[in-house]
Design a binder for this molecule. Structure first.
Ligand code: FES
Length: 126
């Protein structure tokens, strides 16, 4: 696990990876300001989200990327980390719950993650 330097809850961005570290279809766990996050490369686009399943809190970084979603290894809930919501739960009924996602920018082949939550649904759930 990697620890980034600091994390501002406002709009400050923290460097978390070089783009060559994550091949498409892979994920990387990191910690910023005591918050565990995951960076995923989905078809060349980078997405950051909280490393916590909305079911029982299992690490999503141990799950599997399936398209835009991360499937939790524990019971199979699927978290769409692009739209920022649950797309499959077992038993069903939790679809549409907001998944916390974070802004990502790339500068000079370095991936930066911002403290602001990018998902409007996640913002509404705070
Ligand atoms: S803890 Fe993730 S699906 Fe149950």
């Amino acid at each position: 696990m990697e620890t980034a330097s600091s994390f501002d809850e406002q709009d400050e961005f923290v460097a978390v990876a070089h783009i060559d570290e994550l091949a498409p279809g892979s994920m990387k766990r990191f910690v910023v300001s005591d918050r565990a996050l995951v960076l995923a490369n989905i078809d060349g686009s980078f997405h950051a989200f909280e490393d916590r399943c909305l079911h029982w809190g299992v690490k999503l970084s141990n799950g599997c990327l399936e398209g835009n979603a991360v499937r939790c290894r524990a019971h199979g809930w699927k978290h769409d980390v692009v739209r920022g919501e649950i797309v499959a739960s077992e038993p069903s009924g939790d679809e549409g719950r907001p998944v916390r996602t974070f802004k990502v920018i790339i500068r000079d082949r370095t991936v930066f993650v911002g403290g602001s939550i990018a998902s409007p649904k996640a913002n509404a759930a705070r």
